[in-house]
Design a protein around this ligand. Structure first.
Ligand SMILES: Nc1ncnc2c1ncn2[C@@H]1O[C@H](COP(=O)(O)OP(=O)(O)OP(=O)(O)O)[C@@H](O)[C@H]1O
Ligand SMILES: [Mg+2]
Length: 227
């Protein structure tokens, strides 16, 4: 089923930070959202998630900062159980061992609170929680920002294999064009709260039309990045 949202917008402190935006996301679609810092990528992600959840669709979210997903006063075990309960699973039903092993956080102490784990471990824990169910859409906001390049590439490989054969669509919010070039088929370019360009990743990277896309693709070093 194609996911559709129309007229998403956001106003904060009297300022329009997201102009009315409509999107269609195909099942199994791999879409990147790129743009300069402050261009409205995360705002678009949040608005999209809220709208689709109101429509009754299941959307997994890996927020830009693990702080948005993890309560500093609760243990990691608590967070995991909450995620299972939210998906209607029994405690212990999700394949925690498999997910943790795949993400390289096996053996970490789940009795600890988030601040007892490194940022990179917290980020991978949040990604593991997002992979418990089979959502209609998974929105990943800078999912590898706290990871070193090798772990980042391994994490993206894991995501790709997790999504293989499933209907789940993916939105990858990033300012890392290397990541986008390798991982998504279509790109959305944001600039000052507006969706200014949309198309196939290859076309936008090689023949950008707008100033925002041109500025992003001018930095050709993205070709050399590992993931
Ligand atoms: N709650 C808020 N109140 C006021 N302004 C906000 C709020 N949330 C976001 N903004 C502003 O909206 C703009 C877009 O923010 P957003 O976080 O969506 O950008 P972004 O493209 O995700 O940036 P980054 O790449 O740095 O994560 C920014 O100028 C930001 O300061
Ligand atoms: Mg952001």
């Amino acid at each position: 089923m194609t996911l559709k949202v129309t007229g998403l917008s956001a106003i904060r402190s009297g300022r329009t930070i997201l102009s009315p935006t409509s999107l269609e996301i195909e099942p199994r679609g791999r879409t990147g959202v790129v743009g300069a810092s402050g261009s409205g990528k995360s705002t678009l992600g949040h608005a999209l998630i809220d709208d689709l959840r109101v429509q009754g669709l299941s959307v997994a979210h890996v927020p830009q900062s693990p702080d948005e997903a993890l309560d500093p006063l609760r243990s990691m075990t608590f967070h995991w159980r909450e995620a299972e309960v939210a998906l209607g699973l029994m405690p212990g039903e999700a394949d925690q061992t498999g997910l943790f092993k795949a993400l390289g956080i096996e053996g970490a102490d789940l009795r600890k609170r988030p601040w007892g784990w490194s940022r990179g471990m917290q980020q991978r824990f949040v990604i593991a929680m997002a992979l418990i169910g089979i959502p209609d859409l998974i929105v990943l906001d800078e999912p590898t920002s706290a990871l070193d390049p090798v772990v980042a590439a391994a994490t993206m490989d894991l995501l790709s294999s997790f999504l293989k054969g499933k209907e789940t669509a993916m939105i990858l919010i990033t300012h890392d064009l290397g990541l986008a070039a390798r991982r998504v088929d279509t790109l959305i370019v944001m600039d000052a709260g507006n969706l200014v360009e949309q198309g196939r990743t290859k076309d936008i990277l090689e023949r950008p039309r707008t100033a925002a896309a041109k500025a992003l693709s001018a930095h050709r070093s993205w070709m050399a990045l590992p993931c």
